[in-house]
Design a protein around this ligand. Structure first.
Ligand code: SF4
Ligand code: SF4
Length: 88
């Protein structure tokens, strides 16, 4: 049985359903420093067009593809990302 997938098929296979935890981006704490997208292994963190309490455009992620690894929450210096248990 072939249990591997071909490379670069993430775009076709929405991998968000694999998660047991998910990041919650706290918009009003985000300083838009730009660190979290640099560590996301899936490249699914993006800057929104919202303006938060700090006058910044906060970051968020595409939950269709986020795998819930928690790296973004680990590196955020401003505690603007909290990991939560995924509700199925
Ligand atoms: S939890 Fe992991 S995959 Fe999801 S947005 Fe954060 S760094 Fe990316
Ligand atoms: S690391 Fe934190 S403060 Fe910086 S852009 Fe990401 S969520 Fe915002």
């Amino acid at each position: 049985m072939n249990i591997t997938v071909l490379p670069s098929t993430t775009i076709n296979n929405k991998t968000g359903s694999w998660r047991s935890n998910r990041p919650n981006f706290l918009y009003d704490k985000c300083t838009a420093c730009g660190i979290c997208p640099r560590v996301c292994p899936e490249g699914v963190i993006y800057q929104t067009d919202e303006i938060n309490a700090l006058g910044k455009k906060p970051f968020d992620c595409d939950y269709d593809y986020c795998k819930g690894c928690g790296l973004c929450a680990d590196v955020c210096p401003f505690k603007a990302i909290e990991m939560e248990t995924e509700e199925k």
